[in-house]
Design a binder for this molecule. Structure first.
Ligand code: PLP
Length: 388
C-alpha cells in the first residue's frame, strides 16, 4: 500500500455546502422529531416534485431501496423477466431478483455506455414485465425509443436515475420520463446525504400503493390524512423511510443543487478541453453526449485502448497521488448474475468497454489546478508510453 500523499487527489470527496448541520440541529430542537416522514422529508419530497415534475416523490434510505419498491410496484412474480443493461450496479438487478424476477441483460451502446435500444426488442418474451434503463454517468438513454417499445409490448419503464439527478433528456428531467424513477444520494453521487435515495412516481396508478409499501405495508399515511379510520396492515412493504436527520442534511444540498451541478459541469468541461488533444491521435476517447441531453456532470471517464493500457495508467496516476478507478464488473459474468439472470444476444461492448473505461477524480470541491494536475499526468503517461 502506498500511503496517501498530502496533496493527493482522491477519486471522490463528500462535502458540506452550507446549512446541512444547522438543519439537523433544527430537526431536533425546533421540530422535536427525528423519525421518518418529518418536516425535512416533506421539504425534500416537495423540492423533487416541483423541480423534476414527478407526480409524487418518496425519500428512501437508498436508491437500492427505491428500486426494491419499484419491483414491488411492477408486481414482479417469480419467473417474470426484466430487461436491463449488464453494465450497471448490482442493485439494478438485485431489486427484481428479490421478488423472483429474472434480469435479462442487453448490450450497451459504445458511444454512451447505455443500454442499446435497438437490442431491447430481441430480449422481450411473454414473461417480460419491465425495462430498466440506467442513465450511465448522468447521460440519458434513448428514452423516446424505449418508451415506444414499452408501449407496444405493454411493459413498465423504471428509470435507474441513481446518477442522473438534474440531467435532462429533450427538456425533461431524468427520473420523470418513465413510469417510475429512482434516485441515489449516496456520498459518491452529485447531491448527497451519505446514504439516501428517492422513488419518483410519474404515473398516478402507483401513488397510493407506493405510500403503503413505504410505510411497512400499512395504510398509516391515509390514516393520518383522515381518509381511513383504522391504521392497519394492508399490503407487503418494509421500512423504507429515512430518518428526518438524513432529510435535513439532504435538503441543504437540494437548496444548493444548481451551484453543485454547475461546479461539476465546469470540471467535466475542463477535462474535455484539456484531454481533447489526446483523442486526435486515438490514444483515448472521451464521453459523448448528444444534442438531446443536458448532463449533470456526474462522471468523467476516458476510454483507454486496452485493459493493459488502463492498468498501467492507473498505477502511473496512483504513484502521482491521483486516484482514478475503473467501474462495473458486468453483471452477466458475475456469480449471482449467472445464477439469477440471462443474457440476450452477445454483450460485446459491455465486455470490451468494462475493461477500458477509467473514471477520473471529480468532486464538488475539486479546483482547476487539480484538474490540470490529472490531465498533465495523463499526458505524461502517454508521452512515456509512446517512447516505450
Ligand atoms: C449508485 C447506484 C445505485 C445504488 O444507489 P444506493 O443509493 O447506493 O443504493 C443503483 N444504480 C446505479 C446505476 C447507481 O449508480
Amino acid at each position: 500500500m502506498i500511503s496517501p500523499m498530502k496533496d493527493s487527489i482522491p477519486f471522490n470527496k463528500p462535502f458540506i455546502i452550507g446549512q446541512e448541520l444547522f438543519n439537523i440541529a433544527r430537526a431536533v430542537i425546533e421540530n422535536s422529531a427525528l423519525s421518518g416522514d418529518g418536516i425535512f422529508t416533506r421539504s425534500c419530497q416537495g423540492w423533487l416534485e416541483s423541480t423534476l415534475g414527478c407526480k409524487k416523490a418518496l425519500l428512501t434510505h437508498s436508491c437500492t431501496a427505491a428500486l426494491e419498491m419499484a419491483a414491488i410496484l411492477c408486481d414482479i412474480q417469480p419467473g417474470d423477466e426484466v430487461i436491463m443493461p449488464s453494465f450497471t450496479f448490482v442493485s439494478t438487478a438485485n431489486a427484481f431478483v428479490l421478488r423472483g424476477g429474472v434480469p435479462v441483460f442487453v448490450d450497451i451502446r459504445p458511444d454512451t455506455l447505455n443500454i442499446d435500444e435497438d437490442r431491447i426488442e430481441a430480449g422481450i418474451t411473454e414473461r417480460t414485465k419491465a425495462i430498466v434503463p440506467v442513465h450511465y454517468a448522468g447521460v440519458s438513454c434513448a428514452m423516446n425509443e424505449i418508451l415506444e417499445i414499452a408501449d407496444r409490448f405493454n411493459l413498465l419503464v423504471v428509470e435507474d436515475s441513481a446518477q442522473a439527478l438534474l440531467s435532462k433528456y429533450k427538456g425533461q428531467y431524468l427520473g420523470s420520463v418513465g413510469h417510475i424513477g429512482t434516485l441515489s444520494f449516496h456520498e459518491t453521487k452529485n447531491i448527497i446525504s451519505g446514504e439516501g435515495g428517492a422513488l419518483l412516481l410519474n404515473d398516478e396508478r402507483f401513488v397510493d400503493r407506493s405510500e403503503i409499501i413505504w410505510e411497512k405495508g400499512t395504510n398509516r399515511k391515509a390514516f393520518f390524512r383522515g381518509e381511513v379510520d383504522k391504521y392497519t396492515w394492508v399490503d407487503i412493504g418494509s421500512s423504507y423511510l429515512p430518518s428526518d436527520m438524513i432529510a435535513a442534511f439532504l435538503y441543504a444540498q437540494m437548496e444548493a443543487a444548481d451551484k453543485i451541478i454547475t461546479a461539476r459541469r465546469r470540471i467535466f468541461n475542463l477535462y474535455c478541453k484539456l484531454l481533447e488533444p489526446l483523442t486526435d491521435n486515438g490514444l483515448i476517447s472521451l464521453p459523448w453526449i448528444d444534442k438531446d441531453n443536458i448532463s449533470n456532470g456526474h462522471i468523467f471517464y476516458i476510454i483507454t485502448k486496452s485493459l493493459g493500457d488502463r492498468s498501467r495508467l492507473i498505477s502511473y496516476l496512483r504513484k502521482k497521488g491521483i486516484m482514478a478507478v475503473f467501474h462495473y464488473i458486468p453483471l452477466h459474468s458475475s456469480p449471482a448474475g449467472i445464477k439469477y439472470g440471462r443474457s440476450s444476444g452477445e454483450l460485446r461492448y459491455t465486455e470490451e468497454l468494462c475493461d477500458r473505461i477509467l473514471r477520473l477524480p471529480l468532486f464538488y470541491e475539486m479546483n482547476d489546478e487539480q484538474v490540470l494536475r490529472v490531465t498533465e499526468a495523463i499526458k505524461d503517461y502517454y508521452v512515456r508510453e509512446c517512447l516505450r
